[in-house]
Design a protein around this ligand. Sequence first.
Ligand code: PLP
Length: 436
Amino acid sequence: MSAHDELLRRHRAVLPGWVALYYDEPISLVDGEGRHVVDADGRRYLDFFGGILTTSVGYNLPEIVEPVRAQAGRMVHTSTLYLIEQQIELAERIAARSNIPDAKVFLTSSGTEANEAALLFTTNLRRSNQVLAMRNSFHGRSFGAMAITGNAGWSASGLSPVQVSYLRGAYRYRSPLRDLADDAYIAAHVDDLRELLATTTSGDVACLIAEPIQGVGGFALPPDGFYGAIAEVLAEHGILFVSDEVQTGWGRTGAHEWGIGAHGVVPDAMTFAKGLANGLPIGGIVGRAELIDAVPANSISTFGGNPLAATAALATLDYLDTHDVRANVAREGERLMTALGEATSLPFVGDLRGRGLMVGVELVHPGTGEPDAAAAAAVLDACRAEGLLVGKGGLAGNVLRIAPPMTVTAAEIDHGAGILLDALSAVGRPHDLAGV
Ligand code: PLP
């Protein structure tokens, strides 16, 4: 029995069955360097998923590991009952990066908690339990975050602490309106929002929460400017706008620091997590002071922004800035998109989309265009066999998600794209896959 077989047996015996593992023969990753990881059997992979976009700048970087090691040797945790200099500095820097005037920051340990906080603050401030969310969205694992998740595959309960109305438009590829020109597409959804507000709410809605590029939803995105136009209608009603930047923040889309930058609007608040500390658990919300302060009772996050996590986040922000990582994202994202462009001529590649280092490839049954989840799983396996890790997602699990650490090099993009193109070509010959 290999190390992996034994781990899988123990995993299945004691961890929940609903924690999905990639691959028929799942792997354990035990070492990393730059954009490469090594599994428990010593196999090396180029990592194009970065622990779900969370190892944002790469594995084992001295600029991040050393400050974390030093901080761990001094003090890991104190709690928010005491002043935490690293937390204060981190909040100052996030507030300054946010473009939100008069911003305050609340730090948590995960993206789910960040979105829970967004629900609490916006419903408190607006004295309303009505919320708008997008179809095909994902916002986390908790009761409230699941309630605003527009994806049955990730909603483990139909019970909800808020009343949710779901907007269309974030997932253009499968929209009946997808062939409209961008302006007309946006205008149609602005009209739909007005109708939604008039027909499914009593008007005094607390907020809209939306991912600028839907992560779990398969890197689906609307045209640029979509959320700017939507936000104009929200403003007419005093409805707050929260951008969930858990996947799109920290320059991941290349063009902007935040995914919402493509839409010409500064939201009332943004939630974040994943890549901020290059893998240490941290999340949070940045927003207008009036909103973040809308908590009329005591509240804390014991771990949120503790000295260790905040140190890692500060080191990651330093790394992002001193290495101009966002410029690398724009450059290498373009290179990846151009390389994968070749795949769009394949009959089972329905859509190639994304921005920066967030690239989705939607696989479909040729002819019908129906989602082909089996093909996505086969490509994942074929890539792994050749030493490349990629992710998948989408409502039907048929979208490949490619999101390497943001420091990926041109040579790594060429190598990874080559493996992906070969794997995609093999999908057209299903009988070959067994041997890949
Ligand atoms: N929001 C988005 C857009 C996400 O993609 C995720 C996780 O994948 C979450 C929220 C939840 O974050 P976490 O898993 O850190 O709780």
